[in-house]
Design a protein around this ligand. Structure first.
Ligand SMILES: N[C@@H](CCC(=O)N[C@@H](CS)C(=O)NCC(=O)O)C(=O)O
Length: 220
């Protein structure tokens, strides 16, 4: 069987990219990871991924965008170290957590990055974001196992999706007056504490923290 030529465009600042970067690390895959050439909006990168977003996996010259689709493809391609539960119900729960993370937590957070400057902040816009994320986190708190794994008894794609987004929740919500986003969500709090003791996770979170500090102009 001919091996596919694979390259992941992604960055540690991007929680969607980190889903695949964690997956690649946990599965110990030799897939190179590169910044998008000229940034996500360059003509060169738009020719690679017309969506102008990271991550994107280049597969023998063809592009596969969307972190969850990439994650499923890598599972199909590399069945060793499987990160999907075998039980149909647990596999459904794994996919559900990834969707809840994307649709009800991370996507609603995106408008908040335009509100980082307190002097130009639109409080109504911020409150809407906090309400929306709060509903997503409340649902996640019901859905998730209290650690160390999001579903079943092993590390899965649900953890790959959840860890980077909870890092963003922990890092950004306190800037908007939500000091302890996990405090009233005991299952989520227990999960967040426990998953950070899994192999590869401290390193991934340190990568994200370094990228966040650089982006926010904070010193280490
Ligand atoms: N649904 C996409 C979201 C990807 C996404 O929004 N990536 C961000 C970085 S975290 C991005 O590239 N944004 C650039 C832009 O939209 O201009 C996925 O899961 O891959």
């Amino acid at each position: 069987v001919k091996e596919l030529d694979l390259l992941l465009y992604g960055a540690s600042l991007s929680p969607f990219s980190m889903r695949n970067i964690i997956q690649i690390a946990v599965k110990d895959l030799a897939i190179p990871i590169a910044d998008p050439p000229g940034g996500v909006h360059s003509a060169e990168y738009l020719a690679i991924n017309p969506l102008g977003k990271i991550p994107a996996l280049v597969v023998d010259g063809a592009t596969l965008p969307e972190s969850e689709t990439i994650a499923e493809f890598l599972e199909d391609l590399f069945p060793a170290v499987p990160l999907r539960p075998t039980d149909a119900w647990q596999r459904a729960r794994c996919r559900l957590i990834s969707r809840v993370i994307d649709i009800y937590v991370m996507n609603p957070m995106l408008p908040i990055f335009a509100q980082l400057n307190p002097s130009t902040r639109d409080d109504a816009a911020v409150n809407k974001v906090l309400d929306d994320i709060g509903r997503g986190l409340d649902y996640l708190d019901q859905l998730i196992e209290p650690g160390p794994f999001a579903v079943s008894h092993a590390f899965t794609l649900a953890d790959c999706a959840t860890v980077p987004v909870l890092k963003y929740v922990e890092r950004f919500l306190p800037m908007f007056g939500c000091a302890q986003p996990f405090a009233a969500r005991p299952r989520l709090a227990a999960y967040w504490a426990a998953v950070q003791r899994q192999p590869q996770i401290p390193h991934a979170l340190a990568q994200m923290e370094a990228a966040l500090r650089a982006a926010l102009g904070e010193s280490a």
